[in-house]
Design a protein around this ligand. Structure first.
Ligand code: SAH
Ligand code: SF4
Ligand code: F3S
Length: 470
């Protein structure tokens, strides 16, 4: 997912007058960002308005990530800070409820409660529709833990994500979760344990949500799933659709100019989806397709069930279908057993593909995963050194890709104001951020822009046509 892997927290920030206040801190992937909005939606009917400050909140939800050890440790330091706030509130005769949601809640459950007994609610990702009930019980003094996978589908019970007051419905770009969970069990990964088995939402529910988002102003929708291209949902015609078919149906929604999807697995990249990249101008020419390693030996140890050659052939076919497609990936260095030659094979694959951007990580041992028990764990200093070499190469490729845009005219979707006065922020078709001077009424429009300068992580340019945005 575009920045599926960021560990930066995002704080939801808008406020409407209401009786109680909710503050949500989001860690981890876009799926968590989407879920945070849905949790806020679920609590709105109970009188909770979102606030951007923890100090103003009656309920704080930490929506957590378990993917690497560092991500989990962040939670405990944030909890320590919130405990102080909770105690201060109690001394003033008030009450602050603390909830831990997301993947650490699912994985750690009771252990989390033991380490932080002042937490009021611990809830796993499949239980968010039950949140209003859990909050009511916590307000009555109960310590609530819900980490079992419930029989019902939360999406059938969550309020619609497209109501005008819904946070998710407010953006020019919106996320839409279509698939959750994973059955692939890569050696290193906690997701199958934290998100559960792979499941797909039905096509009609997705299309209805997409139409609602577009009616509220969304011009770009990113379909989300831990294995988004494994999505297979029931269509209105009673047939089981794949992601390609869904993309064609979404492309029929008037006003939806851009469709993206993330994160894909190389094993599920079917011919029909590749053909959709050829046929659908709405399907953006950018694909995040994690490969993790370029060594077949390590790919086998990782249980990825594809080879480096398979990945390279996929890229070839994608480029044949959509010659300008930009590629992104995730890489792990220092998986148990990774030799210098294995690592070199990863560098080789990177050179062969030429990535527009990528995320890369040191292998982090996760309790309960297969790789945690493998012999031949790699020393920290070796991981550090390999990661630095890998990131040097990836940084060079990203900068070269950005520089290749200078002088070109790109269609920019303007998503909001820029950081400086008079500036706008937008995105290229290749998901590069761009900042340039322009009128605020361009927000929500797609306009041609000539790229004048490229930076390591963004672009700038000038409007190609001196005409007002619609
Ligand atoms: N479903 C996606 C990715 C999920 S996790 C996929 O299959 O590609 C996002 C990324 O975090 C992974 O692609 C991987 O590169 C990284 N990651 C996952 N577990 C990790 C671990 N134990 N140590 C280091 N990086 C890890
Ligand atoms: Fe994790 Fe592998 Fe599933 Fe991706 S495909 S979520 S890396 S187990
Ligand atoms: Fe993290 Fe869970 Fe997403 S472990 S990356 S928040 S699926």
């Amino acid at each position: 997912m575009h920045d599926l892997t960021t560990q930066d927290s995002r704080r939801t920030s808008f406020s409407i007058p209401n009786s109680r206040h909710l503050h949500v801190v989001t860690y981890g992937c876009q799926m968590n960002a989407y879920d945070s909005d849905r949790m806020a939606d679920a609590l709105a009917p109970a009188g909770f308005a979102v606030t951007e400050t923890a100090e103003a909140a009656d309920l704080i939800i930490l929506n957590t990530c378990h993917i690497r050890e560092h991500a989990t440790e962040k939670l405990y330091s944030e909890l320590g800070r919130l405990r102080v706030l909770q105690q201060a509130r109690a001394e003033q005769g008030g009450r602050l409820l603390i909830a831990v949601a997301g993947c650490v809640a699912q994985a750690a459950g009771e252990a989390l409660r033991a380490r932080a007994p002042y937490v009021d609610i611990v809830l796993g990702p499949q239980t968010y529709h039950r949140l209003p009930d859990m909050v009511a019980r916590a307000e009555a003094g109960e310590k609530v833990t819900q980490t079992e996978f419930p029989p019902e589908d939360k999406f059938d019970f969550l309020p619609e994500a497209t109501r005008p007051q819904s946070i998710n419905a407010r953006g020019i770009t919106a996320f839409l979760s279509i698939q959750e969970g994973c059955d692939k069990f890569c050696s290193f990964c906690v997701v199958p344990y934290t998100r559960g088995a792979e499941s797909s939402r039905p096509a009609e529910a997705i299309l209805a949500e997409a139409r609602g988002l577009v009616a509220n102003g969304a011009r770009e929708i990113t379909l989300l799933g831990q294995n988004v291209n494994a999505w297979h949902g029931l269509g209105a015609d009673g047939a089981v659709w794949g992601l390609a078919r869904l993309a064609y149906a979404l492309a029929g929604i008037e006003g939806l100019h851009r469709i993206r999807y993330t994160t894909s697995h190389p094993r599920d990249m079917g011919d029909d989806l590749i053909a959709a990249h050829r046929d659908l101008p709405q399907l953006m020419p950018f694909l995040h397709l994690p490969v993790q390693s370029g060594s077949d030996r390590i790919l086998a140890a990782m249980n990825r069930k594809h080879s480096a050659e398979h990945y390279l052939r996929l890229i070839e076919r994608l480029r044949a279908a959509r010659p300008d497609i930009a590629l992104s990936s995730d890489f792990i260095v220092g998986h148990p057993g990774e030799s210098e030659a294995d690592f070199e094979a990863t560098l080789e694959l990177i050179r062969a593909v030429g990535f527009a951007q990528a995320y890369s990580f040191k292998y982090s041992s996760r309790p309960g995963t297969r790789a945690a028990d493998l012999p031949d764990q790699i020393a920290e200093e070796v991981k550090v050194e390999r990661l630095a070499r890998l990131q040097d190469l990836l940084r060079d490729q990203q900068f070269a890709f950005n520089r290749s845009m200078t002088g070109r005219v790109l269609d920019i979707l303007f998503t909001g104001p820029g950081r400086q006065g008079g500036q706008l922020s937008g995105r290229t078709p290749y998901l590069q951020p761009i900042h340039l001077n322009g009128p605020a009424n361009c927000i929500g429009s797609i306009m041609p822009v000539r790229i004048t300068e490229a930076f390591a992580n963004s672009l700038t340019g000038t409007f190609e046509k001196e005409r007002a945005c619609a």
